[in-house]
Design a protein around this ligand. Structure first.
Ligand SMILES: [Zn+2]
Length: 362
């Protein structure tokens, strides 16, 4: 998707300065090793004269040794972490200091014993990825949600023994809604441990058989992914999951899908069809976007879209996402710097401050 058509919306002179720092360019070739993608410049983001540690909460990777347990294929070579020079070069060019790595769930139909082993291998390997470059990577743990009690144990182990501060989930679990009471033990554990949950859609497979998402435009992804996020968040609100676990913190990918663009319809249905809503959520549905339980990444493409997302949720609910290695965007820093109406402190929070707090990054 081209960003070129959106540039007109960018203010001519955002009131923020940033610099490109030639730190890496100073390193002699011999010291920078034999990396085929050795890069020259690391963009260092500065707001009001102060260096900001930028954190990307939406960055994908994979663990081949875990995938091999169920013969799951590699979806994109860029997901691999065996040679991170290309990834780090992209981060440096984009001004991303830290990636919070996640893995899109592919294991939600796997039986319990295999799922336990797969998650063990996967989480332990994620720890190794991060330990190899502790300044550049943290990770969301993985969990086998199809076995909710096991998933709760996996999160507890990941946090208490392996040092994770977040966990990733899909937008549904093998066709079941995250709001299904079956998953309450998992949410209870996430709340108890205070981990950030990164929710990434797996698409709306239910619509694919009908062919409605076929044809041109990769609609299974283009609208199927944000649609699943919209459905998942709406159920978490209307089914009372967010009321039951008030300490839960969920970051929804792709700016929360379509929900923040049309959230007031969810308030309106309570007035319009009161006999079709109930038991009522404790708050107006739009309030859940603002009250500290829901967070959203910045993958909404234009300053106007990000301005609106912030208007619906609040600057404290937004964190950078890049979707690396999938090239949906490479300009999230400029997006945040170019979004109108933000104070310096709010920009710093979006660029990395909020993620640092939630993920325990110094
Ligand atoms: Zn993604």
């Amino acid at each position: 998707m081209s960003l070129a058509g959106n540039l007109g919306a960018t203010p001519a002179a955002p009131p923020i300065a940033f610099t490109n720092c030639a730190v890496m360019a100073m390193a002699p070739a011999a010291e920078s090793g034999h990396q085929p993608h050795a890069h020259a410049r690391r963009r260092e983001v500065v707001v009001n004269g102060k260096r900001v540690k930028t954190i990307d909460v939406h960055a994908h990777c994979c663990v081949p040794r875990a995938m091999a347990l169920i013969n799951h294929p590699l979806e994109a070579p860029g997901l691999l972490m065996d040679d991170t020079s290309t990834r780090i070069a992209a981060m440096d060019a984009q001004g991303i200091d830290v990636e919070a790595l996640s893995i899109n769930p592919y294991w939600y139909k796997v039986e319990r014993d295999v799922a336990a082993e797969l998650i063990r291998v996967q989480n332990e390997t994620l720890v190794e990825f991060c330990a190899a470059n502790p300044d550049r990577f943290v990770a969301f743990a993985t969990a086998a949600l199809q076995h909710p009690e096991l998933a709760a144990e996996q999160v507890e182990h990941a946090v208490k023994r392996l040092g994770f501060r977040g966990v990733g989930v899909g937008g549904s679990v093998a066709g079941e809604e995250l709001a299904n009471p079956r998953f309450h033990p998992f949410w209870a554990k996430c709340e108890e441990l205070g981990v950030l949950v990164f929710m990434h859609p797996l698409g709306t497979r239910e619509l694919e058989g009908s062919g409605r998402l076929g044809g041109s435009g990769l609609l299974t992804n283009t609208i199927g992914n944000p649609l699943e996020t919209t459905i998942a968040l709406s159920h978490l609100i209307f089914e009372g999951t967010l009321d039951r676990f008030p300490g839960l913190k969920i970051c929804a990918a792709h700016g929360g899908g379509f929900l923040p663009s049309y959230a007031n319809r969810s308030d309106a249905v309570i007035r319009t069809f009161p006999n079709r809503v109930g038991p009522l959520p404790k708050k107006q549905p739009t309030a859940y976007l603002k009250d500290g339980q829901l967070f959203f990444d910045t993958i909404v493409f234009t300053p106007e879209a990000l301005r609106h997302l912030i208007a619906e949720s609040g600057p404290g609910q937004i964190m950078i996402g890049t979707d690396y290695p999938f090239p949906w965007t490479s300009t999230e820093i400029d997006l945040v710097l170019g979004t109108p109406g933000l104070s310096d402190d709010q920009r710093v929070a979006i660029l990395g401050g909020t993620a640092a707090k939630l993920l325990g990054i110094k």
